[in-house]
Design a protein around this ligand. Structure first.
Ligand code: T4K
Length: 392
């Protein structure tokens, strides 16, 4: 291995690692910061890629990560993707969804953009006030003869009411796709939340609980679906000279897959660190009038991906004023999800985007603030954020 002065590359990387961590202490506090393993641990993986020259198209790390994720997540089949958005677009293709799809306005735009990229019309339905997930009680009224599927989101990693959604889907013969971008590793009352619906989609973006820089995956229940998804993400190739569908290039490369294998070794510790932060916020904010912390009803194992609070009328400031107050003190929370998807120009004109039909989502998007939470966040900083909120 190359050397610089008297230090080996590995030693230099290790000392840079500490310098990086020191620098972070003096910076602004953002809503999240990606978890990164010590760089020195990643070097052998890079050496392996450099030696083998297997860079992409289903190399050894790709294979290894799919197997490791199936085991860790408790799912049967997984197909890795370059990012979560391509995975949702492909999941819709795999299930041959057309016409209208019922979905939530309270999510990141990637959810409904994936419908538009498939020429599908989104039909927005309001959310449940307790979970901010699609409200099953409002779905049936939105079903038309053109409805083919429900695209629901486990928002902030809180599980949707999967039983009620499946009942409706069975009654009306609809497919169900879960956008589980926030729900890595979440266990509901009956095990992994990823084992519901026809397909579930994960994101491994830098801002997520488990990251591969960029990345994503589709969880499928059977080998046949996985095989078709694997063809779709590789231009539709099903052999050297056979193309079975107009597929796309959605593949995860070996760099991301190798990082994923290493990240998985640290994931339990990362989630545990998040749990301490979540506990601390809850403890410190429970007596602050007008601040509601979203709970974890029915979640056996949360992943603490976000720490959303709702700024209610009893609080002396409105949400935007609290956001500004925190920013003035170097804390940068985020208003996920404001504006609602239905407020963006490409959706505004749809009948289901009328705010009169979405009172719960509109209200939540005006009150929500996601506070900083990530494994390296010091509890002292959590106390500082809580003090700033309590003393407004
Ligand atoms: N479905 C749902 C429900 C989703 O939430 C998302 C993505 C998707 C689907 C699509 O999955 P992907 O195709 O992305 O895999 C972020 C993310 O870009 C996006 O992945 C995520 N949801 C969404 C909720 O949040 P921004 O625009 O808020 O990210 P950004 O760049 O402002 O980052 C937030 C903070 O994180 C920064 O202030 C600092 C920190 N950060 C971020 C990055 C990217 C870092 O410290 N390092 C980094 O590299 O969208």
């Amino acid at each position: 291995m190359a050397e610089s002065g008297s230090m080996t590359l590995r030693e230099r990387v290790a000392s840079e690692e500490w310098a990086r961590r020191d620098a972070v202490v003096n910076e602004k506090v953002f809503v999240t910061q990606p978890y990164l393993p010590p760089l020195v641990e990643f070097l052998p993986y890079l050496e392996q890629i450099w030696n083998s020259k297997a860079l992409t198209n289903g190399g050894p790390f790709h294979q290894q990560l799919e197997e490791a994720l199936c085991e860790y997540l408790g799912v049967r089949h997984i197909s890795l993707f370059a990012n979560g958005t391509l995975a949702i677009v492909t999941a819709l293709q795999e299930l041959r969804i057309t016409g209208e799809v019922i979905t939530t306005p309270y999510s990141f735009v990637a959810t409904s953009h994936s419908l538009l990229w498939n020429g599908i019309k989104p039909v927005f339905v309001d959310v449940d006030p307790a979970t901010l997930n699609l409200d099953p009680a409002k779905i049936e009224a939105a079903i038309t003869p053109h409805t083919t599927a429900i695209l629901a989101v486990h928002c902030y990693g809180r599980p949707c009411d999967v039983k009620a959604i499946q009942k409706i889907a069975d009654t009306y013969n609809l497919k169900v796709i879960y956008d589980a971008a926030h729900a890595f590793g979440v266990q509901g009352s009956q095990g992994s939340i990823l084992n519901h619906g026809d397909l579930s989609v994960l994101s491994f973006h830098a801002t997520k609980v488990y990251n591969t820089f960029e990345g994503g995956a589709i969880v499928s229940p059977d080998a046949k679906s996985k095989a078709r998804i694997d063809h779709l993400k590789n231009f539709g190739y099903a052999g050297e000279t056979t193309v079975i569908a107009p597929g796309i290039n959605g593949k995860m490369c070996e760099f991301n897959a190798a990082l994923g294998v290493l990240q998985l070794k640290h994931i339990e510790a990362a989630i545990e660190a998040r749990r301490h932060i979540d506990d601390r916020y809850r403890e410190r904010l429970k007596t602050v009038k007008g601040i509601r912390c979203l709970g974890y009803a029915g979640v056996r194992a949360p992943n603490y991906a976000y720490f959303p609070i709702l700024v209610e009328p009893g609080y002396p400031l409105d949400r935007d004023a609290l956001n500004e107050r925190l920013k003035a003190h170097g804390i940068v929370p985020r208003r996920y999800f404001y504006p609602l998807i239905t407020e963006f120009p490409m959706y505004r004109g749809l009948p289901s985007s009328n705010p009169a039909g979405l009172p719960v989502a509109v209200n939540a998007s005006r009150r929500i603030l996601c506070l900083p939470i990530y494994p390296d966040l010091a509890l002292d900083t959590v106390d500082r954020v809580a003090d700033l909120i309590a003393s407004a």
